[in-house]
Design a protein around this ligand. Structure first.
Ligand SMILES: Cc1cc2nc3c(=O)[nH]c(=O)nc-3n(C[C@H](O)[C@H](O)[C@H](O)COP(=O)(O)O)c2cc1C
Length: 370
């Protein structure tokens, strides 16, 4: 029996995960009009057979102008919902991994080109571009078109868009919703004083800057079945002078906890072009530790976690309850199998693959052949 805490079960609200490896949301920029394509079936299908405890579907826009790029997945139309239902049906047929979705809105960082075509903003008057909206009319970069500052009607429309997308997620039987409050997208734009210059009740004090993200949390919580978790992804710091910071993130996490948030996923950065990030292994773990120390709900750490012992240490020392992987699991979609083999733990594998179990790891797969 393995002693690794990484392979012990953990609960997020009423959802129990078999192990503490979470697959982080990763945009694939491969949707058509917001609809998932065969790429998503292949990509998510591979990850759903990785042995991780949980799979998060990429940042999914709650409205068309909330997409980062024209290739983003959306959940704002019946057509989007049908396409996602097809993908999920295919995956659930062959994997019992719980799957959640990240719902978000890109705000002033929307209307971008695909990363492999150079990224950057597509101006609103160009093909495939559109006018963006934001907390204030401050552009992400000086050469970007300034977003249209959302007025009260715009905020009401967006609350409804988040709620409607959460209802679609419920109909799709998704196990959890993560709200995207990180990486400089719309909700983070409200939180940070660097992007929120409003003078109404949604700007200025911390309480005012948190107001819209918390309202979004409430409508999503109300729209999604009470026995399924809602979590929030946060950027714990803007890595910039005068920006959003760990103390404010802690206050936000406590406010979310009080409203019934089931877990906080702690990332950082993405709000401003002049951020100075000190990147290295575990570089965001101290932020997770700070949020964990202040709250009682589970905390997920992410960011350059690539090694098995590194992941285990984050959990076993109590810095976080779960670790999330993005690039490492794209590079090696069997990372959880290899981690389980390393620690003498067990993972479930598709029956079709059982024969690949190496001799030296004879009890790796919990569902061995008879
Ligand atoms: C291809 C790719 C797509 C990403 N898309 C998203 C996304 O949809 N939502 C999000 O919150 N973060 C996104 N991220 C950030 C990751 O979830 C993660 O926080 C980041 O890559 C750091 O973790 P890592 O060092 O394990 O890659 C993306 C990262 C990559 C590499």
């Amino acid at each position: 029996m393995s002693g690794a805490t990484l392979f012990t079960p953990v609960s997020i609200g009423e959802l129990t995960l078999k192990n503490r490896i979470v697959i982080a949301p990763m945009c694939q920029y491969s949707a058509e009009n917001g609809c998932m394509t065969d790429w998503h079936l292949m990509h998510l299908g591979t990850l759903a057979n990785s042995g991780a405890g949980f799979l998060t579907i990429e940042a999914t826009a709650v409205s068309p102008e909330g997409r980062i790029t024209y290739g983003d997945v959306g959940l704002y139309s019946d057509e989007n919902e049908r396409a996602m239902a097809r993908t999920l049906e295919g995956i659930h047929r062959w994997s019992d991994m719980p799957i959640g979705i990240q719902l978000g809105h890109a705000g002033r960082k929307a209307s971008s080109e695909l990363p492999w075509k150079g990224g950057g903003q597509i101006a609103p008057d160009q093909p495939l571009g559109w006018k963006t909206v934001g907390a204030s009319d401050v552009p992400f970069k000086t050469n970007y078109d300034a977003p249209h500052q959302l007025d009260k009607d715009g905020l009401a429309r967006l609350r409804k868009a988040f709620a409607d997308a959460a209802k679609r997620a419920a109909r799709l039987d998704l196990a959890a919703v993560q709200i995207h409050g990180a990486h400089g997208y719309l909700l983070h734009q409200f939180l940070s004083p660097l992007s929120n210059k409003r003078t109404d009740e949604y700007g200025g004090s911390l309480e005012n800057r948190m107001r819209f993200p918390l309202e979004v949390f409430d409508v999503v919580r109300n729209a999604f079945p009470a026995d399924r978790p809602i979590t929030m992804r946060v950027s714990a710091t803007d890595w910039a002078e005068g920006g959003w910071n760990v103390e404010e993130t802690t206050a936000f996490a406590l406010a979310l906890q009080a409203r019934g948030c089931s877990a906080i996923h702690v990332s950082s950065g993405g709000l401003v072009d002049h951020q100075k990030i000190a990147v290295g292994p575990n570089y965001q773990v101290p932020f997770a530790r700070a949020i964990k120390a202040a709250t009682t709900i589970p905390v997920i750490a992410v960011g350059l976690i690539t090694e098995f012992e590194q992941a285990e240490a984050i959990i076993s020392t109590g810095d976080a309850d779960m670790i999330a992987l993005a690039r490492a699991i794209l590079y090696d979609p069997r990372w959880p199998w290899h981690a389980a083999a390393h620690f003498g733990a067990h993972v479930s594998a598709p029956d079709q693959y059982l024969r690949c179990q190496p001799r030296q790891f004879r009890s790796l797969f919990e569902n061995n052949e008879a």
